[in-house]
Design a binder for this molecule. Structure first.
Ligand code: NAD
Ligand code: MG
Length: 293
């Protein structure tokens, strides 16, 4: 049976206000984000690939992990230890698809964890072909004078430093044809007033994508970034946006709605696959229409 949704089937309405404590559970959201379990259809694009996805328990990372499994890849997923419930759902789904799913809980703010995570993933999977560095923190703050050093450190630690450490370690395992994918944001090019620290980190990821594409090209390792617009995920209802912005979230995009994580999956699949063999150093906007340059 063809379960694939057409664009008109994705949720178009307003959202109820709902607040969870960071990092939150998508299983407790209304509506639950569509991460592709029913809507994504695979076609053997990633057979025998071994992929690590950070933030693979929920949202965009989960949509990538689910799609990768449906395309024939084995997975390791990292997530914050408080997200065990969402992670167990992903593991059960991926195993039902007949693929491996290694769970690697751990806080990316902890010194040394990012490298350990990569080593464990490569050991458990028997190698590494694809590294999706997607975990992220977003906490809004309208006044830079109120931005705490704790928040500044946390945001840079997860969104930038852990990304660098993970790549350093992954280069011990990735070989020619390997692919690194970062989840940046439209905020990396069009920063909002209330997301000062977050937007800076998303610009860093775009810069890193470009410099490393030049550095790693000779090894045949590709690196690209995805720049999503407003996507309905736990990040937004755990302090990512003020509650007053939740009902209208995404409605001011040209497509007049928020995106669902499943709508990004095919871009993550393309960038991981050998079909993207000549694509590196690029930033892919999936924004509902807002230009990224
Ligand atoms: P999400 O909350 O579903 O996923 C974010 C994940 O980051 C969490 O599931 C968690 O596992 C991980 N994470 C956060 N802090 C962590 C920590 N300290 N240690 C380990 N893991 C941690 O939300 P999402 O929107 O799918 O976020 C995925 C990525 O997409 C993020 O990098 C985010 O910046 C980016 N993004 C999201 C949007 C959007 O509108 N949702 C837009 C642009 C970019
Ligand atoms: Mg999560």
């Amino acid at each position: 049976m063809n379960n694939k949704k057409t664009a008109s089937h994705y949720y178009k309405g307003k959202f109820e206000k709902q607040l969870q404590k960071y990092p939150g559970l998508q299983s407790k959201m209304t509506p639950i984000p569509d991460t592709g379990e029913k809507t994504y259809q695979g076609s053997d694009k990633l057979i025998r690939k071994k992929a690590l996805v950070t933030g693979g328990d929920s949202g965009i990372g989960r949509a990538a992990a689910i799609a990768y499994a449906k395309e024939g890849a084995d997975l390791a997923i990292n997530y914050h230890p408080d997200e065990e419930q969402d992670a167990q759902e992903v593991k059960a789904f991926i195993e039902k698809e007949g693929r491996l799913c290694v769970l690697l809980p751990g806080d990316l703010r902890e010194e040394g964890f990012a490298k350990k995570m990569v080593t464990r993933a490569a050991e458990a999977l028997g190698g590494l072909d694809v590294l999706v560095l997607n975990a992220g923190i977003q906490q809004y703050e309208f006044d830079i004078q109120n931005l705490t050093s704790e928040q500044l450190h946390d945001t840079f630690e997860v969104n930038v430093f852990s990304v660098v450490y993970a790549i350093q370690e992954a280069l011990n395992y990735l070989s020619e044809g390997g692919s690194i994918i970062l989840t940046s944001s439209i905020q990396g090019v069009k920063p909002s007033a209330h997301l000062v620290d977050y937007a800076m980190t998303k610009s860093c990821e775009i810069s890193l994508t470009k410099s490393l594409a030049a550095q790693l090209g000779g090894k045949g390792i590709r690196i690209n970034a995805v720049a999503p617009g407003p996507i309905w995920t736990a990040l937004q209802i755990c302090g990512g946006q003020p509650q007053d912005s939740i009902p209208e979230f995404g409605q001011n995009q040209p497509l007049k709605r928020a995106g669902q994580p499943a709508e990004l999956a095919s871009v993550y699949v393309l960038l991981a696959s050998d079909e993207a063999s000549y694509i590196t150093g690029q930033v892919y906007g999936v924004t509902g229409g807002a230009p990224i340059n």
